[in-house]
Design a protein around this ligand. Structure first.
Ligand SMILES: *Cc1c(COP(=O)(O)O)cnc(C)c1O
Length: 227
């Protein structure tokens, strides 16, 4: 339990250090604690240590946690989403980072309850081109982004990526730079975007150096995953 509190402090220190090294304001980078597969008690410890935003990949698990913890946390859906499961995301989450199809976006928009603010959305980009990963091809982003931005129940905030693993810091930065350049192009095209969701436990420094505004951190906070 103590570990989670210490780990969180260490991750926040890593973010601050990376931001300062890049000449950025550390407050411009949000920490999303990726709590998939973690028990409720771990999330409660993190909340007690001041963590607010949590990322979940598995809808059924997430709904149990949301029911238990509710507004003590801000909920982000970061996993693949099938069209028959959009309603629960529209009703219970503040953000979804993994949009790569208009059909899913349109369902989420129409299912977003009118009494909630628009659902914040990032388009997921398969920047390394791995066939095993979901996400848009970089060439598809310019066409989908304005169509998602028009949907009334959604607010398009930016782009997300999950690049191929690389150890070398120079190699780690390349996909993050490409994602930033993609977002900058969309901004020049007139879209008001403010979010680059990129960087995980092993590569958050590289992501911050390339402009990440939200890093998604699991194992560095909660330890190695059991499944
Ligand atoms: C699991 C996961 C993370 C966190 O990865 P760690 O290496 O545990 O920090 C981030 N983003 C997504 C989409 C994930 O599925």
């Amino acid at each position: 339990m103590r570990n989670i509190t210490e780990n969180l402090a260490q991750v926040r220190a890593r973010i601050t250090k990376a931001a300062v090294a890049a000449g950025r304001d550390p407050r411009a980078i949000r920490l999303l604690a990726v709590s998939k597969t973690r028990p409720l008690a771990d999330l409660e410890t993190a909340i007690a240590a001041g963590q607010r935003a949590f990322g979940e990949n598995y809808l059924q698990d997430a709904l149990v946690k949301i029911r238990a913890l509710g507004p003590a946390a801000e909920w982000h859906f970061i996993g693949p989403l099938q069209s028959n499961k959009t309603r629960a995301v529209a009703e219970h989450f503040a953000w979804i980072h993994s949009i790569d199809r208009l059909r899913i976006a349109a369902r989420l928009s129409s299912q977003r309850p009118a009494d909630l603010p628009p659902l914040n959305v990032c388009l997921q980009v398969n920047i390394s081109g791995e066939t095993s990963k979901s996400g848009l091809h970089p060439d598809e982003v310019a066409e989908l982004a304005p169509r998602v931005a028009e949907l009334p129940g959604l607010r398009l905030r930016g782009l997300m990526t999950l690049p191929a693993a690389a150890r070398d810091p120079v190699q780690q930065r390349q996909p993050f730079r490409l994602l930033r350049e993609l977002m900058e192009q969309l901004q020049r095209d007139g879209l008001e975007l403010d979010t680059l969701s990129m960087g995980m436990s092993h590569d958050l420094e590289a992501a911050v150096a390339e402009g990440a505004t939200m890093v998604r951190i699991g194992t560095a906070i909660f330890g190695a995953r059991l499944r």
